[in-house]
Design a protein around this ligand. Structure first.
Ligand SMILES: NC(=O)c1ccc[n+]([C@@H]2O[C@H](COP(=O)([O-])OP(=O)(O)OC[C@H]3O[C@@H](n4cnc5c(N)ncnc54)[C@H](O)[C@@H]3O)[C@@H](O)[C@H]2O)c1
Length: 246
């Protein structure tokens, strides 16, 4: 995996936003490690991005350690880490009192605990870079307290808090940590959590009045990964077309 290009690992990049971000970053010159729990999809996107596939279940501490050890053996240094993997498109919506304990723990276990434990495992690879950057993909659903998604919204609010602490604890190490909060993004994956009518109403409420695609995240994430944001750390960049203003 020796390369002159900067290397970024994007989790959950076998499909959806992660795939779009992986391809967009590859177009911008990054060497992309396409990490996903789904080996086949990771390999397909890695081939499209001219990068490598990394198979990892971020909800498993052991899987995270094994993936990190494999990268270490290959001498990989990470200039960037985009923590994008989450349980999202497979979720069904319900009020918080109908979410059972198992489902709650599963969502928190991937979206929050998983992001924490993979980042922990990859710290040596990030420390090996001259200046590394972590971008955590949260959600603007936090800012609007989107109903019927309590486990998901809580996991993403927790991720924003984790980002702030990471930025503090990595201060002075040359590693920055920031979050992005996308609004609703249409991907190639169908989902039941938003209807066509809700998309239309949301678009009308945005300052930028069109639906978002994964490409809309690439610029903000590339900025946070690269040297142009060298003085930006511990921040949340909201990418929701101005659905919410902050
Ligand atoms: N699509 C949206 O409208 C939207 C809006 C705001 C935020 N987001 C966030 O953006 C990110 C991507 O969203 P998406 O729409 O592409 O979601 P998605 O459900 O289509 O894709 C999630 C990806 O994560 C992978 N994944 C799931 N569990 C994993 C695990 N344990 N280990 C490793 N990989 C795992 C899946 O295989 C899949 O490739 C998520 O963090 C999501 O919360 C999405």
């Amino acid at each position: 995996m020796n390369t002159q290009r900067k290397t970024v690992l994007v989790t959950g990049s076998g499909q959806g936003i992660g795939r779009g971000v992986a391809l967009g970053l590859a177009e911008r010159g990054w060497h992309v490690l396409v990490a996903d729990i789904d080996e086949q999809r990771a390999k397909t996107v890695a081939a499209e991005a001219g990068g490598e596939a990394v198979v990892v279940d971020i909800a498993s501490a052991q899987s995270c350690r094994e993936a990190a050890e494999q990268l270490q053996r290959q001498g990989v240094v990470l200039d960037g880490l985009v923590n994008n993997a989450a349980l999202f498109s497979t979720l069904t919506m319900k009020p918080f009192w109908e979410i059972d304990e198992q489902e709650w723990n599963r969502v928190l276990g991937v979206n929050l605990t998983g992001t924490w434990q993979l980042t922990k495992a990859l710290l040596p690879a990030l420390r090996g870079a001259e200046s590394a950057s972590i971008v955590n993909v949260a959600a603007s659903a936090v800012w609007i307290g989107r109903p019927h998604y309590a486990h998901y919204v809580a996991s993403k609010a927790g991720l924003i808090g984790l980002t702030y602490v990471m930025s503090r604890e990595l201060a002075g190490s040359g590693i920055r940590a920031n979050a992005v909060t996308p609004g609703s993004v249409q991907t190639e994956i169908p989902r039941t959590t938003i209807t066509a009518d809700q998309v239309r109403k949301q678009v009308e409420a945005q300052n930028v009045q069109r639906p978002a695609t994964p490409d809309d995240l690439v610029g903000a994430i590339a900025f946070l990964l690269g040297p142009d944001s060298g003085f930006v750390s511990g921040q949340t960049v909201n990418v929701d077309g101005g659905l919410t203003v902050r």
